[in-house]
Write a protein that binds this ligand. Structure first.
Ligand SMILES: *Cc1c(COP(=O)(O)O)cnc(C)c1O
Length: 456
């Protein structure tokens, strides 16, 4: 046992706290073998960086199948999955309605590069049930949606600068892979190699929950800011829940300055409510981006706005945006099937209540034992934070050293059949397929893991 354990955790051997492990590590040999092979094919062995388990123990689990709230890895281990493909799977894995619709559509071919009725159907489903947008354009990922929304905002306002918030993630768009420099209002510094400084110079970065910084930015760059982009429910760097008043303040300052407000709802769209965070807070942005849930597990993104703003998109307007596989019929089918389920009466109420109970009972456990641990949550999104702050609203308020505790917890949870995204900065998701029984099981595993993490 120890040999394979050493092999799997090589690279972490020195800091592997063997003695705090309450359970033997599950077998991860097949996954480790697959990862060795994958490393010869892909940079870092993966096709998206966070999958590489750089922030937690061991090598990535290779998933063989998913059903309901469970996934199984290549070694045959079963887990209750709280990653849910990073959010898209709000109905859980292998949902029968989604699967059947996909199979039905696939019988007739997989792509035409010409319009299909399925695009109309998904658009109608969304637009009829969302008062914040009047027209939509489908693309193939969240990144693409954001990239297009920004081009649209720039084309519409005839301005170049974009303002974003530290701690919000908007996909791997060049102009948004920037982080704050020092100072209240700063031009971004690129957070990836390969991005021209000139691009980062068009992006202003300010802290979340900071009205003064926002005011100062609008003074300093008067009539230059095309758009302010925010995750209204920032959920890619912990769960940095904002006060409604702050979001309203952003809305007002944008309106005053004829700057467009973009809500990046790639995570929160169809998650917090069918109308996403815009509906939850009742704040109307000018452009909304979607991804993740909208495609039912297939690659779909979208951006929407008023008819007037959307009329600037080609071929109607001068802002060019296109896609060979945009509105792909199979992906549209998956989206239609999934979103139809979300419109059922009580869907969100049940999902959110279930999550609230789960989260509250974990918090009660941690509080009773005086653990420096908080579960933040909204709707069916939750985040485990090793902090004693009442609220965490800014990226700077997250203590990086607390991630060591998450790392321990992640391993203990895997050993107890619970799969969380492999980083303490990532949130967890609960789907309608998470049954009370499985959530109880997960709670017990979480309690045991917390006891081990905080054992001194
Ligand atoms: C996931 C995400 C993106 C990027 O979407 P991809 O489909 O991964 O390109 C953009 N914005 C937010 C808020 C996201 O959560």
């Amino acid at each position: 046992m120890f040999d394979s354990f050493k092999k799997i955790f090589s690279g972490n051997e020195g800091d592997l706290p063997v003695t705090t492990t309450g359970k033997p590590d599950i077998s991860r040999e097949k996954s480790a073998e697959l990862f060795e092979k994958a490393k010869t094919y892909f940079p870092g062995g993966v096709n998206s960086p966070v999958r590489a388990f750089k922030s937690v123990y061991g090598t990535p689990l290779f998933i063989q199948k998913g059903d309901g709230c469970h996934v199984w890895d290549a070694d045959g281990n079963q887990f209750v999955d709280f990653c849910c493909s990073w959010g898209p799977l709000i109905l859980g894995h292998n949902n029968a309605k989604v699967r059947e619709k996909v199979i039905e559509v696939m019988q007739h071919g997989m792509s035409f590069g010409a319009p299909t009725a399925l695009e109309n159907d998904l658009a109608e489903l969304i637009l009829k049930n969302n008062k914040f947008i009047e027209k939509i354009r489908f693309v193939s990922s969240g990144t693409e949606a954001v990239m297009s929304a920004i081009r649209l905002a720039r084309g519409y306002t005839k301005r170049d600068k974009i303002l974003k918030f530290e701690g919000c993630y908007h996909g791997h768009v060049d102009a948004l892979l920037v982080k704050a420099g020092s100072g209240l209002v700063t031009f971004g510094e690129t957070s990836s190699a390969g991005i021209p400084k000139a691009f980062a110079d068009e992006t202003i970065v300010v802290s979340l929950n900071d009205r003064d910084a926002l005011k100062k930015a609008f003074e300093e760059f008067k009539d230059q800011i095309a758009a302010v982009i925010i995750e209204p429910i920032p959920a890619n760097n912990g769960l940095l829940l904002q006060e409604k008043e702050f979001l309203q303040f952003i809305r007002e300052i944008c309106t005053e300055n004829k700057t467009l407000l973009i809500f990046d709802e790639v995570i929160s769209g169809f998650r917090i409510s069918f109308e996403g965070a815009a509906g939850y807070y009742q704040i109307k942005p000018d452009i909304i981006t979607y991804g993740k849930i909208i495609g039912g597990g297939m690659p779909v993104g979208a951006y929407g706005a008023s008819k007037e703003i959307m009329s600037n998109i080609s071929p109607e307007g001068a802002v060019y945006q296109a896609g060979t596989l945009s509105g792909n019929p199979v992906a549209m089918g998956a989206g239609i099937a999934q979103l139809s389920e979300l419109l059922r009466l009580g869907f969100y109420r049940d999902l959110n209540n279930k999550t609230e109970e789960f989260v509250a009972s974990i918090q009660r456990f941690a509080t009773a034992r005086n653990y420096k641990f908080k579960v933040f949550s909204v709707g069916s999104i939750f985040w485990f934070a090793f902090t004693d702050l009442e609220h965490v609203r800014k990226a700077e308020e997250i203590d990086p050293t607390s991630m060591e505790k998450f790392k321990l917890m992640h391993r203990e949870l895997l050993n107890r059949g619970i799969y969380l995204g492999p980083s303490g900065y990532e949130v967890g998701f609960i789907s309608s397929a998470h049954t009370k029984v499985e959530l109880e099981k997960a709670k017990r595993a979480i309690f045991e893991s917390l006891d081990l993490v905080f054992r001194k």
